[in-house]
Design a protein around this ligand. Sequence first.
Ligand code: CP
Length: 321
Amino acid sequence: MKKFIEVSDVTDIQALINKGLAYKQHPLMDKALGANKRVGLLFLNPSLRTRLSTQVAAQNLGMDAIVFNVDKEGWALEFAEGAIMNGITVEHVKDAAPILGQYFDILCIRTFPDLLNRDEDYAEKIINQFIKYAGVPVVSLESATLHPLQSLTDLMTIQESIAATGLVKKPKVVLTWAPHVKALPQCVANSFAQWVTAANFADVVVTHPAGYELSEKYTKGATITHDQAAALKDADFVYVKNWSSYEDYGKVFCTDPAWMLTANSLKHSNNAKVMHCLPVRRNVELSDEILDSPSSLVTKQAGNRVWAAQAVLSTLLTSNQ
Ligand code: CP
């Protein structure tokens, strides 16, 4: 593995899931692997879980992890080819990225979309320029369109739960849209759909109001429905997430509170476990009664972020030996 941006970067998804779950059992088993190696964590946007779990993962592997909040502490970066830099940007990525590549063995980057221009966001201009110019493996800490560390964690959490509960049938996994107070990117939903369909161990259903269709590139292999109640029937796992429109890019049409997931929504499910990447807007996306109940996997999910990051970092370290 030379980079970790999307599921196609991974040669064996199940092996990576297993590796993460093994680190959960034995966090320090590869403590020597990252000795004298350094990972740079660049944040162009805020984070709690991704930032801290990746730092802990790096430390478990014996790596130094240095966080750089580019949005607050760095020079304003320019990404446009041929830009005449007489405005607010101070440094071009083609100058900055090769320098970062000399400081770090692995470079991890978080960069959100602006939700204004779909073509620009979906071209992943920012993270692709770091890949192009850094000269070291690049890990997405969430990009304009995808959140692969979250998705790897989500699959680990589902498989861990299946092992714990002894579910024998093929699980039904439902990704449901939920209301929110602002327009959010599609990246967590895109990424979850992409990974869970690629891993091919579940029946996958995506449900949302009309107008919130995700790109077919990510939902291929899933059943799509606007009927949330039908989608949730017999569900084993329900992943709750808001996203803005892909077609009418970045727009919000529906804030119908009936789409919030409550205990009542799950009454015909198979005692479904509920997931969310966090942060969550309580009683907007998901009700307190769910989040505070044994059905909720959200805390376990967030805890598993460490082991997913550790699996990815260690794979990159051994791929480059
Ligand atoms: N789920 C997730 O990525 O959380 P943070 O934004 O806090 O990193």
